[in-house]
Design a binder for this molecule. Structure first.
Ligand code: CNA
Length: 248
């Protein structure tokens, strides 16, 4: 049986589907991920550090100039549009089949596609605040500032409301994600290498026989999945929604 048909079979009758997404769902919107061959890891050559170091709390404090050079060039993609994977998930929510998208992404594309129940584990490029006084800023302010963006009120450094390496995840969002995944009848894991913790550990909260992984490369959770599809998330989700009778 074709893989997508098997997925549709597993999802037949499921009304509490949850999606868990990573950078791989946005590569078809031309936002590079971290770990594909042409992903952001190639930037190690340019900066001399891997993304996990540049995007860490201590690196941000010590070298905000390098942090922002990397961040603006690699993680801010205001021109990016949702692709078929984002659109399919939004359509599944509207059809009453999908209860939540738990995402590691910070690009806002699930909301741009029309998803409303989105749990952003790692924050969003669209929210920013002064690290000194807390004043909030739009993305435009960060993107338009040459170099390190500074607070108009106190001169402090503005930082993105994203979870940096060495920082804790928002505990409320994390426990909401746990309860959504524990209560789901199918967990659709899409476009994530499942190596970044604690986010990746959320997959352990999914009941047996309920895990479907759609990822172009292998993951450490493949042997726990009822079905693994190694293909493009956009194509798989377009076909899957079609088989479910949902138009995107
Ligand atoms: P990752 O570690 O870069 O893994 C991405 C995975 O997706 C890889 O295993 C790829 O094989 C796979 N992949 C790539 N393209 C596709 C595709 N079209 N269809 C299916 N699979 C594909 O990214 P993770 O999300 O697992 O790592 C977590 C980090 C990356 C999070 O903290 C994110 O904030 C961070 N990140 C986010 C973005 C974004 O918001 N778009 C971009 C880059 C990095």
């Amino acid at each position: 049986m074709e893989a997508v048909e098997r997925a549709a079979d597993i999802m037949q009758g499921a009304s509490a589907i949850v999606a868990f997404t990573g950078a791989g769902v946005s590569t078809e919107s031309n936002i590079p991920d971290f770990r594909s061959a042409d992903g952001l890891y190639s930037c190690r050559e340019k900066y001399g550090f891997p993304p996990e170091v540049i995007l860490s709390r201590s690196f941000f404090s010590g070298h905000p100039d390098i942090f922002y050079d990397y961040y603006k060039n690699n993680l801010i993609h205001r021109e990016a549009l949702p692709n078929d994977c984002h659109k399919a998930l939004a359509a599944m929510e509207k059809a009453g089949r999908l209860k939540a998208v738990v995402t590691q992404n910070i690009d806002g594309l699930h909301q741009a596609a029309g998803s409303s129940a989105v749990l952003e584990l790692h924050g969003s490029i669209y929210r920013n605040y002064c690290a000194a006084c807390g004043k909030r800023y739009e993305l435009e302010r960060v993107a338009a500032s040459p170099g390190v963006p500074l607070c108009a009120s106190c001169g402090g450094i503005i930082r993105p409301d994203v979870v940096l390496y060495e920082e804790m995840l928002d505990q409320e969002i994390l426990s909401e994600a746990v309860s959504r995944i524990e209560g789901c009848d199918v967990l659709l894991v899409l476009g994530t290498s499942l190596v970044v913790y604690p986010a990746a550990g959320l997959v352990n909260h999914c009941g047996k026989g309920r895990l479907i992984i759609v990822n172009r490369s292998e993951t450490a959770f493949d042997n726990k999945a009822a079905l693994v599809i190694r293909d493009y998330a956009g194509r798989v989700m377009r076909n899957l929604t079609e088989k479910m009778g949902i138009s995107i």
